[in-house]
Design a protein around this ligand. Structure first.
Ligand code: FES
Length: 105
């Protein structure tokens, strides 16, 4: 399962992730910049904010009400394609594309 992280300045980092692990956790394990994940994935920090591609959004799963609320408190203002990357767990065989915002805190 491949995750392609694009930083706000266009720098791409491509990593192989394990199914069942979140996009946030995969970034931290691989030293990918741009994702902080302060709360460890318990949906209380919003420092794992990412913008997902349309293609990725199609298989990334539904957003919960709490995630939706937390996205109102991100450092860089949310957009239509905003998600909390701790809430997207990798599915085997898919390729994920996310862009990280310029700030998380
Ligand atoms: Fe804290 Fe995602 S890691 S909300």
């Amino acid at each position: 399962t491949t995750v392609i992280y694009t930083a706000f300045d266009g720098t791409e980092t491509i990593v192989e992730g394990a199914p069942g692990v979140s996009i946030m956790e995969t970034a931290l394990r691989n030293g990918v910049p741009g994702i902080v994940g302060e709360c460890g994935g318990s949906m209380s920090c919003a420092t794992c904010h990412v913008f997902v591609s349309d293609e990725t959004a199609a298989f990334a799963g539904e957003m919960s009400e709490l995630e939706d609320e937390m996205l109102d408190g991100t450092a860089v203002e949310r957009e239509e394609c905003s998600r909390l990357s701790c809430q997207i767990k990798l599915i085997a065989g898919e390729t994920y594309r996310v862009t990280t915002p310029s700030e998380q805190v």
